[in-house]
Design a binder for this molecule. Structure first.
Ligand SMILES: *Cc1c(COP(=O)(O)O)cnc(C)c1O
Length: 397
């Protein structure tokens, strides 16, 4: 039994705020400041450079990788932390393409997060081998898998609409066609059950600052199936991905397995925050998180559709085809979201017209959903969004 009252008590949420944006930046856990302070005072402060050995900083990317592995159905020793997700996308794609040298097509979809597509475009230019990036609509991806495809690179949950790909079916279809698959789990890890081993995925990447609550700029993770670990090339051949970094060998030799996907010095302070944040998953059943997330999002959709007929559901109606977020469309979506945030209900906006709401059962309950619906009703009924200060766009939306 997962006790969501107990998990909620572990988060430090500001008074009067209903936080429906944990899909974009997870909130602070109460234990995190103390853990980070300990890292700074007892480790950095006291141990200085000896902390790399004595406090285990150098081993932390793999140790934390193992903690995340449990949440995404990966075996021990197959996940490592470091860098940002954009970098990890680049590394996974470069490694996968090198394993299919005779093929030139990268298949993604037109709902994928721009950085994933930009990284693919940049890599194609750097390689200069005539690769092509295809981005059909998400619903057309399965049919576009042919024997020309080297790599299928998808984000499981669409960041705008919450649309969920069928990871098992697409991976199977890709493998039948001889292609490899990279899953971006940015909106999956910590949001719903993921079974990389069961789906036989080739590579996966994801971030820790969304549903895993590591804080802004927290390190990303990368997974490679054990069958690829010995053959894959890391693309960014950094010294900490070397087999023996402290041999200071002028020639690069890839490290053992997933360790070769490390690049440079890991962000030790941010890893301490992640380590603290991962404690909340002890005793949490991901199937229970998923069931509760569906209850919350179904209640939100029903409430909003009854209270705010001007908003159109942009997410799939079938909860089995959604991740843990719900999106609505409105031409004035930005201003509506600003008016809502002014009332303490925090979601976000994605251009051109998407209002996005994340449901995170670890700290959001049914009473929050009902209150959020009532605030949205007040904003819409009162036209509270229709003022200049709601329309002024900030740098981050
Ligand atoms: C959030 C997100 C990113 C962010 O990449 P960073 O390098 O961490 O800024 C990338 N891809 C997807 C699919 C995302 O949802």
């Amino acid at each position: 039994m997962t006790d969501f009252t107990a998990t909620r008590a572990k988060f430090q949420l500001p008074e009067g705020v209903i936080y429906l944006d944990g899909n974009s930046l997870g909130p602070l856990m109460k234990s995190t400041p103390e853990r980070v302070a300990r890292m700074m005072g007892d480790e950095w402060g006291e141990m200085l450079i000896t902390g790399w050995n004595r406090a285990g900083w150098m081993a932390a990317p793999a140790r934390l990788g193992d903690r995340i592995a449990r949440l995404i159905g990966a075996a021990e020793g197959t996940v490592v932390l470091g860098d940002t997700l954009s970098i990890k996308v680049y590394q996974a794609l470069a490694a996968a393409l090198a394993l299919r040298p005779e093929r030139k097509v990268i298949l993604s979809d037109d709902g994928n997060f721009p950085t994933d597509l930009y990284m693919a475009g940049g890599l194609i230019e750097t390689l200069g081998q005539g690769h092509r990036l295809l981005t059909p609509r998400p619903e057309d991806v399965a049919a576009a898998i042919t024997e020309e495809v080297a790599v299928v690179m998808l984000t499981e949950v669409d960041y705008r609409t919450g649309r969920l790909h069928d990871m098992a079916a697409i991976t199977e279809k890709a493998h039948e066609a001889g292609a490899l698959v990279i899953w971006d789990l940015a909106h999956s890890a910590g949001a719903l059950p993921v079974d990389l081993t069961g789906c036989d995925a080739d590579f996966a990447v994801g971030c820790t600052y969304k549903y895993l609550n590591s804080g802004p700029g927290g390190p990303a993770f990368i997974y490679a199936a054990p069958r690829h670990a010995g053959a894959m090339k890391p693309a960014l051949a950094g010294w900490l991905g070397h087999e023996a970094p402290f041999a200071f060998d002028p020639d690069y030799r890839p490290g053992v397995g997933i360790e070769r996907m490390r690049v440079g010095t890991p962000p030790v302070i941010q890893m301490a925050a992640l380590d603290a944040a991962l404690d909340v998953w002890e005793g949490v059943d991901m199937a229970a998180v998923r069931a509760r997330s569906i209850d919350l999002s179904e209640a939100f959709i029903a409430g909003v559709e009854a209270a705010c007929p001007a908003l159109d559901l942009a997410s799939p109606r079938d909860p089995a085809r959604r991740g843990s977020q719900v999106s609505f469309r409105h031409p004035e979506g930005y201003a509506i979201m600003q008016a809502l945030i002014a009332r303490g209900v925090i979601g976000d906006f994605r251009a051109p017209d998407i209002l996005r709401f994340g449901f995170t059962p670890l700290y959001i309950g049914m009473e929050d959903v009902q209150a959020a619906v009532e605030h949205l009703r007040a904003v819409m009924d009162g036209g509270l969004w229709d003022r200049a200060e709601c329309r002024t766009r900030a740098a981050v939306t």
